[in-house]
Design a protein around this ligand. Structure first.
Ligand code: 5GP
Length: 211
């Protein structure tokens, strides 16, 4: 049987390029699964329901909360975003590393529910690069860009609470760093209790002369 997967939270300021990094990580490694969030935000041009997000009305979103279908949810620049629970649990059971691409409030909530989750914050090389990427995307109006930059400033307050900071200068380097973090995290002694116990049992058998 495959080991249980690792729950990986990837955050980063809007425009830090985390979407690109996550996409590349999924292309290069087949033992990762991306959780698709529900949101009340309207789709951007080119976005499809069930691919980028499950787009919901406020009422539908509220119903998901009431039915305990979400692992966590948070509001971000006037909209709600939440992680559907069932998919995450299934993928972890199947041994896949599950990526949650979520903002800071959600990330910290996840850490309190799953202390073994690994929180990674993706940083742009500097703030002006962030503004450039946000404007270059061309999908948001000026007031939304300013709201997102101001939200980035607020989020910068909580970054110390993440487990790792990875700079996204070159996408493939960033992806390799993240995969190395995941491989190392999986080697932690506390994540290998079953292995430790099975070797202990075998050794016990030797010491009793049963082997
Ligand atoms: P965007 O509108 O740019 O797609 O996403 C806005 C922010 O919401 C991003 O920081 C994104 O990571 C975050 N986000 C997306 N899905 C979720 C979710 O399920 N839960 C939480 N807490 N944040 C999310």
């Amino acid at each position: 049987m495959k080991d249980k997967g690792l729950l990986l939270v990837v955050s980063g300021f809007s425009g830090a390029g985390k979407g690109t990094v996550v996409k590349r990580l999924l292309e290069l490694h087949n033992d990762y699964a991306l959780s698709i969030s529900a949101t009340t935000r309207k789709p951007r041009p080119g976005e499809e329901d069930g691919r980028e997000y499950f787009f919901k009305t406020k009422e539908e979103f509220q119903r998901m909360i009431d039915n305990s279908e979400l692992l966590e949810y948070a509001s971000y620049v006037d909209n709600y975003y939440g992680t559907p629970k069932a998919y995450v649990e299934k993928q972890l059971e199947e041994g896949n590393n599950v990526i949650l691409e979520i903002e800071i409030q959600g990330a910290l909530n996840i850490k309190s529910i799953f202390p073994e989750a690994v929180l990674i914050f993706i940083m742009p090389p500097n703030a002006s690069e962030l503004e450039k990427r946000l404007r270059g995307r061309g999908t948001e109006d000026e007031s939304t860009i300013l709201a997102r930059l101001s939200r980035a400033n607020e989020e910068a307050e909580g970054i110390e609470r993440y487990d790792y900071i990875v700079i996204n200068d070159k996408v493939d380097d960033c992806v390799e760093t993240i995969n190395n973090i995941v491989l190392s995290e999986k080697k932690k002694a506390l994540k290998n209790i079953e292995l430790i116990n099975s070797i202990r049992d075998e050794l016990k058998a030797y010491s009793k002369g049963e082997k």
